[in-house]
Write a protein that binds this ligand. Sequence first.
Ligand code: PMV
Length: 328
Amino acid sequence: MTLSSAPGKVYLFGEHAVVYGEPAVPCAIELRARVEANRRDDGKLRVHAEDLTLDGFTVEYGGRTDERPDVDVSESLVSAAMGYVDEAIEQVRDVTGEDDVGFDVTIESDIPLGAGLGSSAAVVVAAIDAATRELGVTLEVDELAERAYRTEYEVQDGQASRADTFCSATGGAVRVEGDDCRSIDAPDLPIVIGFDGGAGDTGKLVAGVRDVREEYGFAADTVEAIGDVVRTGEDVLAEGDLEELGRLMDFNHGLLSALGVSSRSLDAMVWAARDAGAYGAKLTGAGGGGCIVALDPTSETETALSFTPGCEDTFRAELAEEGVKRLA
Ligand code: PMV
């Protein structure tokens, strides 16, 4: 038996624009997915998943996504649990050369699904790491990030940036621009998360930005302006000026909002955080619903969010210095 964990992330800056080659700065947070892998010699894949938005279900199937299991949860959740794990195991078979190997995989996650906190990347990174080690192969972190990226790329029909998977594998704050991924220094950030209990449809939201960007020159300029905010934000992050960092996060949220990827509940949470005195606040990830990230060293933002209609949960998140952890 092997057990690995990997962290989720927030975007300090740059989601959506990263799809068009602008830089983005995600940052790993101490909310983790833990994946246990046990080898099976019958070639089957059995997945047991439990997390915040999934009551817990077990499915057993032959290891091909076209053999959908018959379970009483929505198709999207089955896809989330099965599609990603199935492709992750394909990557494991490929990298180890053990084409016919199967696994019992148990997933336990603190990260809400599809809420902009990188749940799928964390599950994929931890699953590939645990399953390769179960076969006696320990991947370098860069190779692990690459295999996790390929997994997301396959499952999301080519609509994946390297940001989530690289950040989850390496931990800390990272800078991603196209294929160039690197770790960057970041001060200890007073991160507060607000969660509306929902999820956005990443594919649809990415397509929406693509359409508006093609239709209007000023929308294309907006995407470029996000890139400018990110470039400024990187320098400010290195200096550790939280006040300016917050101001830039506010700016980034405004631009995302202009592109149509915010929502009433995300805006309500962002404004609650700002009114409570946070340095700044923005949505994180694809948007449409899910989470916001705010910077506030005091308890004011959490208190305000806990009274905000539309906010289902609020909590503090430490920056995760370590990416993948090999626990057993
Ligand atoms: O919601 P998440 O964590 O999957 O983030 C999506 C980020 C996008 O920039 C919108 C898409 C991408 O793959 O980078």
